[in-house]
Design a protein. Structure first.
Length: 711
């Protein structure tokens, strides 16, 4: 194989990988425009963009022009000579000169000259052969030679050079249209025009001869079109014709002259959502957007894979309605999606963040949107703890979830559904901490086989009088240090797990012992064994750091002895000392690649620990708060990217902080985040370098290195 061939193969492989990654559809956020924002009516029929960039929307009560901020509304008005003929507007088209053509439900066609706001109306006139065959406009399409092809309730009209020509159904002529009710029109690159009808199937028109070739449903032929009501037609980037009907989607195989059907319930992923197709568009080559009466579907053609989106009453950024009437892609690549309840705007260009959330009508989706804990295992499966609905295992390759919850009938199920901490230890054992229901150890998870089904959990709980039990049943934090010791932070002290004897040793705060922990309420995400071997413990009333180091040679008993004799030093906020930690409520501790310790607080920003080379208790802190540019002072999670930037999840978005330049850039829900509010301890860096943060509306995933400009 020569070098050039290898280059071609490598390129094709990378292209396939890119297409797969780009086509993997995560939960999307939509910007909504309804009558609340000024739209004249919520039932949006057609959408088009004019040459100046304005968006025009036809509705059942007025024509709307949208400038990105405000709506200008045009309605029928008999008192005005220069008004559209009917407020119930249907199809929209822009001609080569920039004029807007507006179809109406019952009162003909309008040509709207946008340069001078003049409107010319065209109607049916039985005394004039050069008029429309019907005032009911149901489909329109400008074709390559500049002609406007118009579908009506009584035949096909072609308007060119100021004249109408007519084509209607003739029962005695098999070369005529199959039906006079025209609903959809599309043109191929070679000039072939396809006509979709109501109850007459599909017609291919030869413009030169005026002859129509018929394609109708045949109940005995599975290669015929699936239904005779053809609602929508679309030509994709590969010049393939797609036809939407009342009984599913059809792909026309031009070489074989047959139709391939895609119907409700078939396919991979979410399955095909509904047989009633309203509209078809292309998200990117190889991925179609299908608008149905029951949801929007992203259809990855080669994999026959569907990802469906619906209206969700609990999600303000979901579709406003599941009945999708129109999909329009503007020149900047933004999708405008018309429904029975307004417009939904989807901007793929702003998709810096992938979003995973609970999905309505999907029983195997994420069970709850408020995320309390995240952990990735060796095989790349993401384990997710939710605030009220148990544990979920997410496979990013298949985009599937396996969910686990408490079942009172099953003693081997989880002990509770409020999951606040998760750990995969060095033996690939799964540990799950709950709020008030103790600790769970999974006895049968096989990480190599990615076997996340039918898991059995062993329970650990606090028992009065048993010193080897947990200090408390609220398990705030689980932490595996680099020497494979398991630390358990609870509401009543810090525990160290003795794996040989299957017991716990607890370290508690004691006011009479100055070298004890500063507080018993260990916080989520606030345990760290740093690169020097010191253990840091964040609590709700200060931060402790061990006065001893832990090394590979230390046994379990050695660590217990050091903790009980040498003990800890503590750090709390001192109101008169600006070099003290900014707040005593410590909720995140992180060490960066330069071995700097960063401490996130509840309500007073992030702190950099300043410590001498020779460790001493008299360390100081440098504070960074909203006064320095942070979007919010509550720091739930801290991660770093490969460039050394810190990413902080807060109560108002996510921010990127450069420790060298001190520059800060904030991101909000408008940038595609799950929500502006993130949540306790929900942060993990994947093995592929992606940063993962949990919040109150699901999970945000992104690559800090490749998707964001450095500063």
């Amino acid at each position: 194989m020569n070098f050039q061939s290898k280059k071609i193969i490598a390129f094709l492989f990378l292209l396939l990988v890119y297409q797969w990654l780009n086509a993997q559809i995560y939960n999307l956020k939509f910007e909504n425009l309804t009558t609340k924002q000024g739209l004249s009516n919520n039932v949006c029929r057609f959408i088009v963009q004019d040459k100046k960039g304005f968006i025009w929307i036809s509705t059942e009560e007025g024509l709307n022009k949208y400038d990105g901020y405000n709506f200008t509304i045009y309605k029928a008005d008999k008192k005005l000579k220069n008004a559209i003929s009917d407020s119930y507007t249907t199809n929209l088209e822009i001609d080569k000169d920039g004029a807007l053509w507006v179809g109406t439900s019952t009162l003909g066609l309008n040509k709207f000259d946008l340069s001078n706001d003049k409107i010319i109306s065209y109607f049916t006139d039985i005394n004039n052969s050069n008029s429309l065959t019907s005032n009911q406009i149901r489909g329109m399409k400008f074709v390559q030679d500049g002609a406007l092809i118009i579908g009506t309730a009584h035949g096909l009209n072609i308007f060119k050079d100021g004249k109408f020509s007519h084509f209607t159904h003739n029962p005695k002529d098999t070369n005529s249209l199959t039906s006079n009710n025209i609903y959809s029109i599309v043109e191929e690159k070679d000039g072939t025009v396809w006509i979709g009808t109501e109850n007459g199937g599909l017609n291919r028109m030869d413009r030169k001869t005026g002859i129509f070739t018929r394609f109708v449903h045949n109940a005995k032929d599975t290669n015929s079109i699936s239904n005779n009501f053809v609602t929508s037609l679309f030509i994709d980037s590969y010049d393939v014709l797609w036809a939407g009907t009342y009984e599913g989607l059809n792909r026309y195989d031009k070489q074989k002259g047959i139709f391939v059907r895609y119907t409700h319930g078939q396919g991979n992923g979410d399955k095909f959502p509904s047989n009633r197709i309203n509209c078809i568009a292309e998200y990117q080559p190889g991925v179609l957007l299908i608008g149905t009466i029951n949801g929007l579907s992203f259809f990855e053609i080669n994999k026959n894979y569907y990802t469906n989106y619906y209206h969700d009453e609990l999600d303000a950024r979901s579709l406003t309605n599941s009945n999708i009437i129109e999909i329009y892609k503007d020149r900047s690549g933004i999708f405008w999606i018309g429904t029975l309840k307004g417009i939904n705007i989807l901007n793929p260009n702003n998709k810096k963040f992938k979003h995973i959330q609970r999905r309505v009508n999907q029983p195997n989706s994420l069970p709850h949107n408020t995320i309390r804990a995240l952990c990735e295992d060796k095989q790349g499966l993401l384990w997710i703890g939710t605030i009220n609905d148990g544990l979920s295992c997410f496979n990013p390759q298949t985009y599937t979830f396996t969910n686990f919850s408490f079942d009172e009938r099953n003693p081997a199920s989880l002990s509770g559904n409020q999951i606040v901490s998760i750990l995969i230890d060095h033996n690939h054992t799964l540990w799950v901490g709950t709020w008030g229901k103790g600790l769970n150890k999974c006895e049968n998870y096989d990480v190599k086989k990615k076997n996340a089904n039918n898991l059995f959990f062993r329970k650990y709980n606090h028992k009065d009088g048993d010193k080897g039990s947990l200090a408390d049943d609220i398990i705030q934090a689980l932490y595996l240090d680099r020497f494979n010791h398991i630390w358990v932070g609870t509401e009543s002290g810090l525990c160290l797990y003795d794996s040989k004897n299957d017991r716990f040793v607890t370290f508690k705060a004691n006011e009479s012992l100055p070298n004890s922990l500063c507080d018993n309420k260990t916080q989520s995400g606030a345990l760290l064994l740093d690169s020097r071997g010191y253990l840091w413990v964040g609590t709700w009333n200060g931060m402790s750091r061990s006065n001893f180091t832990i090394s590979a040679s230390d046994s379990f008993d050695d660590i217990v002895y050091k903790a009980n004799t040498i003990g800890f030093c503590s750090f709390r906020n001192q109101k008169t000392d600006t070099t003290s930690i900014s707040d005593s409520r410590i909720i995140a501790i992180f060490e960066d690649k330069s071995q700097n310790i960063w401490v996130g607080t509840f309500g007073n920003g992030i702190n950099k620990v300043i410590r001498p080379e020779a460790e001493a208790s008299e360390v100081s802190f440098v504070r960074y708060t909203q006064n320095n540019g942070l979007p919010n002072n509550t720091i739930f999670g801290i991660l770093d990217d490969s460039k050394g930037n810190l990413w902080l999840s807060t109560n108002y978005g996510l921010c990127k902080f450069n420790p060298t330049t001190k520059k800060i850039h904030a991101y909000t829900e408008e940038d595609g985040l799950q929500d502006n509010q993130f949540y306790w301890s929900g942060a993990v860096k994947s093995k592929t370098g992606e940063l993962i943060f949990g919040g109150v509306n699901g999970i945000s995933i992104f690559s800090g290195d490749n998707q964001f400009q450095n500063f």
